[in-house]
Design a binder for this molecule. Structure first.
Ligand code: NAD
Length: 262
């Protein structure tokens, strides 16, 4: 018996990395899953891999109507939504304030905040009526950059701090009916891209030279978790039975960055 038997989750950015690992794990735990994903290429493989336990919605998390369509199609397929996971995100590959291009600054900001902040906000807005019916829960993927400097440049770090704010505000506003929490992974090898406005739409984290050793060196546990290794934190937070008293919390799955010495 899985932890999420009979439950339904809507997960954004399920096409690769942490999102795809979540789709796999939630299905193993007994759930059915709706996936809102932007990449046409990644969408193709998902249906084949997961069959009738998933419904795939191609769309952009930064568009409210795409989030609404994802909610409607998930409910049409599976009858309800118990958990909304706002996970899709893009990085900025550490571009610092001096290096941010003036002529593309506004576009770069809009693209990073569009995916990383509008995405979870619009998803939560669209899923809210369904979550009220099920007394469900919301989980956002944050990042070590939601807590500390040097986990990105100013755009990414500010966007993930904003996600922490969203979690706190929504946990306050939506209690007692809906629990709202987050998971904050640290460095993980995935297909994470950057904004087109910074020319980073094809850049992937896994292709940064020596990235695994760089990631290991920064955290006290000296680990680089796989996407799968973050998923238990989400399963716990998605299970009302197992985390009924937890809201407004973020599980830091980052190898212990908070206990680095100074
Ligand atoms: P990933 O690129 O492998 O997965 C992100 C998925 O989201 C991709 O399938 C991508 O196509 C999709 N996506 C991107 N923009 C979208 C949009 N506008 N609409 C719909 N789908 C969109 O990267 P990942 O590392 O698995 O990223 C998942 C989350 O984890 C992100 O929020 C990221 O910020 C966060 N995170 C990643 C790391 C890391 O080191 N990889 C660390 C901390 C936090």
């Amino acid at each position: 018996m899985g932890w999420l038997e009979g439950k339904v989750a809507l997960i954004t950015g399920g096409g690769s990395g942490i999102g795809k690992a979540l789709v796999e794990r939630f299905i193993e735990e007994g759930a059915c899953v709706g996936v809102l994903e932007r990449s046409k290429e990644k969408v193709k493989g998902l249906q084949e891999q997961f069959g009738d336990r998933v419904v795939i919605i191609e769309g952009d998390v930064a568009q409210l109507e795409d989030n609404e369509r994802a909610v409607a199609e998930t409910v049409q397929a599976f009858g309800r939504i118990d958990t909304f996971i706002g996970n899709a995100g893009i990085f900025d590959y550490f571009v610092t304030l001096p290096d941010l291009p003036k002529d593309n600054l506004e576009k770069s900001f809009d693209q990073v905040f569009g995916v990383n902040v509008k995405g979870p906000l619009y998803g939560a807005k669209a899923a809210l009526p369904e979550l009220l019916k099920t007394k469900g829960n919301i989980i956002f993927t944050v990042s070590n950059a939601g807590f500390y400097p040097a986990g990105g440049g100013p755009l990414y770090t500010a966007s993930k701090h904003a996600v922490v704010g969203l979690i706190r505000e929504l946990a306050y506003e939506l209690s007692p009916k809906i629990r709202v929490n987050g998971v904050a992974p640290g460095g993980t090898l995935t297909d994470l891209r950057g904004p087109a406005a910074l020319g980073q739409e094809m850049q992937t984290q896994s292709s940064v030279p020596d990235i695994e050793n760089l990631m290991k060196a920064t955290n006290p546990l000296k680990v680089v978790p796989s996407p799968r290794e973050h998923t238990s934190a989400y399963v716990l937070l998605a299970s009302n039975k197992d985390s009924m008293a937890i809201t407004g919390n973020i599980i830091n799955s980052d190898g212990g960055l908070g206990v680095r010495g100074f």
